[in-house]
Design a protein around this ligand. Structure first.
Ligand code: 3HC
Length: 700
């Protein structure tokens, strides 16, 4: 239908004609981000259209799989004069005197939607999605989004979209007036037809000329109240509310100018650097040296799970949620019944909250087959063992599985600490064995540590990575060591937390020091939730293995009083019915008596010291893990901590947080507080580098 431009100059924007309509096609794979070259191409296209009387209207469309997915995040740290001129392009569009039509498929996100809102009209295929996800990167819509979206969809909806960052479907956008026409079939042909219909319509309905519907003071007050809960401690959400309020209160140009200033403020904040780091780290973590798109994978059509306890049940739900049938095995009928009823109850709770229908509940339960016979796992494509942490029990299960599972089936252990090589060694097919470490609650937490054992085959690894994506987890590949990445670091962190209390702090002050960093739970709140007996058993076991005396710390003494945490209604803290931790005077006395007995004179420990010691204990262990090659990248460690342990994404994870503090300062503080800095950490500090630079230099 259209004829390509005669110019042979390579450009990210191609011009073509369909009669009196000029078509500008953005080609910047994979997602048509607004990189250098795109604004130049679009401006040149608009100039050509302005200069040619035979052009009646312009259509802007994305080549490939999507419209523009946003500003190019990789250019955020470039000096302003080298950055792609998104705002200038949109200003040019807004001032343009002929109709412009954005034709949207795939996703129009961030700068992509802002570009579309700078056009006179927007058309889209029904399956497209549009949104302003900037808040997820610690910034705000910086090319007119805060000023234009409220003018189109109203203050409340615009705030909802900009503060959640979640996109909406084109069908909804069309009902809101954000999309002028939905186009079934050929998008370009439909867009050209629409442009032709509108070619002579004047005046041009510019969004910047409109006012903001529904801009009552309580809408903004409610948004401010809401972000205290949803975005505690974050900068960009409050800037977004301020700017949306301006959109309603001041002329467009004033709001547009203010937005530019606030965007720079947010972009240059450590929070935005942290969130952008995680955006890329998450995508990098999916890349495994030696594993390519051509690495063969096997298809997972059915799963077997051994153990119907909290972990096994949660793991099963991940598979049921995406339609994969699960056979779940227990040794006792009672445990099996209990496991099934917990799964059902979880689904029914979700249905009660309106997030699932009862038919969905039944459909999922119908995919679940309970059994007491491990032999029923003979046809499963993957089998995940989720029984308690005991090497002998696991070895026994894997020996039996070796005789039951079909050839090529993946044999996975959900162990959180044990040696996967040793588990694999009892089978005749160690290449099929892998660790898949889910985090509790397994149906909620997004992290999956994928433990690559010595003999795990590439196919099993690649299949596990693909499976993680399919069940909507973030899979991070780690090597074998005690506790892998996450728990190895958390053990060290727990040691440090107990030490800080031993020296004089109160448990609640130690927890508060991590809450201040943005973690929803401090170390003691977390251990009370997980169960104090688990850590106690690990400490006893480790001491026994190392031939050391039985551990007798203050926390061991608490556990030995029978207080095991939330499951016994109390541990380090008491809990009320809302599970709020309340300091317990007897436990405080136990700690004081303990110090007196050991001859420790308590000293004042500041919140700053506590935060640094805890955060840096994670970083120091992380650096060792990195140097040993247990984690491939510092970024992987950050992803693990954000998705598995609630480390705030806006801090970028512990390694990025340390880089922000300056590794030299981290080393100095570790030494000041009596910890020995890991050799890698020391080296990077001496070289004045960050962990991100270390990753980049390693090409990982
Ligand atoms: N800038 C630079 N690179 C980007 C990018 C962007 N906006 N969006 C995606 N990419 C890169 C990814 O890093 C990845 O690179 P890789 O292959 O080297 O790892 C590649 O494009 C493909 O991305 P995904 O793997 O995420 O592909 P999916 O198909 O799963 O998802 C997507 C596509 C939904 C578009 C998703 O990439 C996404 O959400 N992107 C971010 C969108 C966004 O946040 N836009 C707003 C940017 S900020 C902005 O516009 C500021 C403005 O207001 C001034």
């Amino acid at each position: 239908m259209s004829t390509p431009d005669s110019s042979s100059q390579p450009s990210l924007v191609q011009q073509s004609r369909d009669g009196d309509i000029l078509i500008l096609t953005i080609n910047n794979p994979p997602v048509n981000a607004f990189s250098v070259g795109v604004p130049e191409g679009l401006k040149a296209g608009l100039d050509a259209a302005a200069a040619d009387d035979s052009v009646k209207a312009v259509v802007i469309i994305g080549g490939g799989r999507t419209f523009v997915a946003g500003a190019d995040i990789r250019t955020f740290d470039l000096p302003r004069e080298q950055s792609p001129d998104l705002r200038g392009t949109i200003e040019k569009l807004d001032a343009f005197t002929k109709p412009t039509v954005a034709a949207i498929h795939g996703t129009a996100l961030g700068g992509g939607l802002e570009l579309a809102m700078g056009c006179t009209y927007r058309v889209a295929v029904p399956g497209a999605q549009v949104g302003l996800p900037e808040v997820k990167l610690g910034v705000l819509p910086g090319a007119g989004g805060t000023q234009r979206l409220p003018r189109v969809v109203g203050a409340a909806k615009a705030l909802d979209m900009m503060l959640s960052g979640n996109p909406i479907r084109a069908t909804e956008a069309s009902q809101l007036g954000l999309i002028d026409r939905l186009i079934d079939g050929d998008l370009l042909a439909g867009a050209v037809e629409f442009a032709r219909e509108m070619a002579d319509a004047r005046p041009l309905p510019r969004i910047s000329d409109r006012s903001v519907p529904g801009a009552t003071p309580d809408v903004f007050a409610a948004a401010r109240q809401g972000i205290k809960k949803t975005h505690r401690g974050q900068l960009s959400p409050s800037l977004i509310v301020d700017l949306a309020e301006m959109a309603a209160a001041v002329p467009f140009q004033e709001g547009w100018d203010a937005e530019a200033t606030k965007f720079m403020e947010a972009k240059d904040s450590p929070q935005s650097r942290g969130l952008r780091h995680i955006f890329f780290a998450e995508r990098e973590s999916a890349k495994i040296p030696g594993i390519t798109k051509d690495t063969p994978t096997t298809e997972i059509r059915s799963a077997g799970i051994i153990g119907a306890g909290t972990m096994g049940g949660g793991i099963a739900m991940n598979f049921l949620n995406v339609g994969i049938p699960v056979t779940i095995v227990e040794t006792q009928q009672e445990a099996l019944d209990r496991g099934l009823s917990v799964i059902r109850r979880n689904y029914e709770n979700t249905a009660r909250k309106g997030r699932m229908s009862m038919e969905d509940v039944e459909a999922r339960m119908a995919l679940l087959t309970p059994t007491l016979d491990m032999g029923d796992l003979k046809d499963a494509d993957i089998i995940i063992e989720a029984v308690f942490e005991n090497m002998d029990v696991k070895k026994d299960i894997f020996t039996r599985l070796d005789g039951i599972a079909k050839p090529g089936a993946i044999l996975a252990s959900n162990t959180s600490t044990l040696d996967v090589n040793e588990i694999a060694s009892v089978t005749s097919r160690p290449e099929s064995v892998i660790g898949l470490h889910f985090f509790s609650p397994a149906n909620v937490m997004k992290l999956l540590e994928i433990v690559r054992a010595e003999k795990t085959s590439d196919t099993v690894l690649a299949t596990s990575m693909a499976l993680a994506r399919r069940i909507k987890k973030v899979g991070v590949v780690v090597g074998v060591c005690d506790g892998f990445v996450g728990n190895r670091m958390v053990h060290r962190y727990g040691d440090e937390a107990r030490q800080i209390v031993e020296e004089g702090a109160k448990p609640e002050d130690v927890d508060a020091s991590m809450n201040a960093l943005g973690l929803p739970m401090g170390p003691f709140q977390m251990s009370d939730m997980a169960g104090l007996d688990i850590g106690h058993a690990i400490r006893q076991h480790q001491a026994k293995v190392a031939g050391q005396p039985r551990p007798d710390g203050w926390l061991d003494r608490i556990v030995e009083t029978g207080r095991k945490g939330q499951k016994t209604q109390g541990g380090i803290y008491d809990y009320d019915e809302t599970r709020r931790p309340i300091p317990n005077a007897d436990m405080q006395k136990l700690i004081e008596d303990y110090r007196a007995e050991k001859g420790i004179t308590p000293r004042e420990i500041t919140q700053e010291e506590s935060t640094k010691r805890l955060a840096y204990s994670l970083v120091n262990e992380g650096a060792k893990i990195l140097e040993e090659g247990i984690a491939q990248r510092a970024g992987d460690i950050d992803v693990i901590y954000i998705y598995g342990y609630g480390f705030p994404a806006y801090r970028g994870g512990p390694m990025q947080y340390a880089s922000e503090q300056g590794l030299k300062n981290v080393v100095a503080d570790l030494e000041k507080y009596g910890q020995t800095p890991a050799p890698l950490l020391k080296r990077l500090a001496e070289e004045g580098k960050t962990f991100a630079q270390y990753d980049a230099e390693k090409g990982r």
